[in-house]
Design a protein around this ligand. Structure first.
Ligand code: KIV
Ligand code: ZN
Length: 436
């Protein structure tokens, strides 16, 4: 009963050599305001998009896909507002998405007229399923859609005021024969004829993720080696997360030759979302590489994100979730509190190695108090002593620690609830100071 047959990605042979970590950041492109926004129950209003855009700029994004201007009036107006009110900083390039259809391309250029820097992002679907089921077109006909679109972009960019460059995506890439995807991308590149000082972006989306990350990375390597004008092409990836491996796709894809990543904050986006750039960037940071994005106020960023998207950040979301640095269990608490002492005494030579904490939560603006050691029925003496010491400056003598912790744990067990530092102190005071 479990032997359903599904489309399998084409076979690949592996060649790429992995490094232990990514040693330089890719170009980051936020697609929060387009892919993220189009997947929201209630898409952002113009003012909300403006606030989100400002946050992305503050975080350090230099490329931001601001929408699909031909799709709605709000999207169109948003592009016009940014341009007409000079809201695009000098070091930021905005990007807009367009299908390879004449009236949509024309409307897109109206939206970005006068832009100081804009990438026009052209796409059409190339997969076997889309060719056969949706468009009922041959490979040649589908390639022609891309080429005609590329030609129109080239023409309108010359006729429209503003500063434009191009991006092409073979949408539904995972269901596309890899050599055919390269053929289409190369046909588009032959129209644009990019140069080293006038690059274009070729963007490989896992529109719907269907392969394991090493398969995708091997496809990326194949593409990187077989694209024409390679020195003049920025090879971009646009992972989605249908199999839960968007981050792995991006990381292995970078090792396999990609230069740029399109993704969103906290992985918002179609279905299971786009790749989470927060996780990617902080993973890199934890390997000692500056990602070029500033997530030192993660809680504030998360709150703004939740307010504007009306989405929720899962408690176990890497780095940002409420519980991701929290230890309730006794052995973890004991190891962490000993690790803190070790770290305070600089025994680690400044290298962060506190057990159970992959990075220092303070680097993300999070606090140890309240974020790290919390007390419930699973907790141990190390944790309870830590709470009394850090919150009330009380050093519980070693001989008393077990008794104190059993008293606290028993109450938590009976009440089936977490105990706050104030409550712990009150219990301690009642039993050990007032002898109640
Ligand atoms: O996921 C996707 O394929 C897209 C394209 C439009 C790039 O969002
Ligand atoms: Zn997408």
């Amino acid at each position: 009963k479990y032997q359903r047959q599904y489309f399998m990605p084409p076979k690949v042979t592996y060649d790429w050599v992995t490094k232990d970590y990514i040693d330089h950041p890719p170009i980051w492109c936020s697609v929060d305001l387009r892919d993220g926004n189009q997947a929201l129950i209630e898409p952002m209003s113009l003012d909300e998009k403006l606030e989100f855009f400002t946050m992305l700029v503050k975080l350090g994004f230099k490329e931001i896909e601001i929408g699909f201007p031909a799709a709605s009036e709000t999207e169109f107006e948003f592009a016009r507002t940014l341009i007409e009110k000079n809201m695009i900083p000098d070091d930021v390039t905005v990007q807009v998405l367009t299908q390879a259809r004449e009236h949509i391309i024309k409307r897109t250029f109206e939206a970005v007229k006068g832009a100081p820097r804009a990438i026009i992002h052209l796409y059409n679907s190339t997969s076997v399923a889309q060719r056969e089921q949706v468009f009922k077109k041959s490979k040649e006909e589908v390639k022609k859609i891309a080429v005609e679109g590329a030609k129109l972009l080239d023409k309108l960019a010359k006729e429209t005021t503003g500063n434009f460059s191009f991006e092409y995506s073979p949408e539904s890439f995972p269901g596309t024969e890899v050599d055919y995807a390269v053929e289409v991308c190369n046909a588009v590149l032959d129209v644009w004829k990019p140069k080293k000082d006038n690059k274009v972006v070729i963007n490989i989306p896992t529109t719907v993720e269907i392969a394991m990350p090493h398969v995708f990375a091997t496809q990326v390597e194949y593409i990187s080696k077989n694209l024409k004008y390679r020195d003049a092409v920025t090879l971009s990836l646009h992972p989605h997360n249908d199999r839960g491996t968007g981050v792995s796709d991006a990381e292995l894809g970078c090792l396999a030759g990609a230069d740029r990543i399109e993704g969103t904050l906290f992985g918002n986006g179609e279905r299971t979302g786009n790749v989470d750039i927060v996780t990617l960037a902080i993973n890199m940071y934890s390997h000692g590489v500056d990602p070029g994005l500033d997530f030192s106020h993660i809680t504030e960023i998360g709150e703004t994100y939740e307010r504007l998207t009306r989405m929720r950040i899962y408690e176990r979301q890497p780095y940002a979730g409420q519980l991701v640095f929290t230890a309730f269990s006794g052995s973890h608490q004991d190891a962490i509190s000993k690790g803190f002492v070790w770290h305070e005494q600089k025994k680690d030579g400044g290298i962060w190695s506190v057990p159970y904490l992959p990075i220092d939560p303070k680097d993300l603006g999070r606090e140890y108090d309240g974020d790290v050691i919390r007390i419930n029925s699973q907790s141990g003496k190390g944790g309870v002593s830590y709470i009394l010491k850090t919150n009330y400056g009380m050093m519980v003598p070693k001989e008393m620690q077990a008794d104190v912790s059993y008293t606290i744990k028993d109450i938590s067990d009976r009440e089936h609830a977490e105990l706050s530092p104030a409550r712990i102190y009150q219990i301690f005071e009642d039993k050990y100071i007032h002898n109640d």
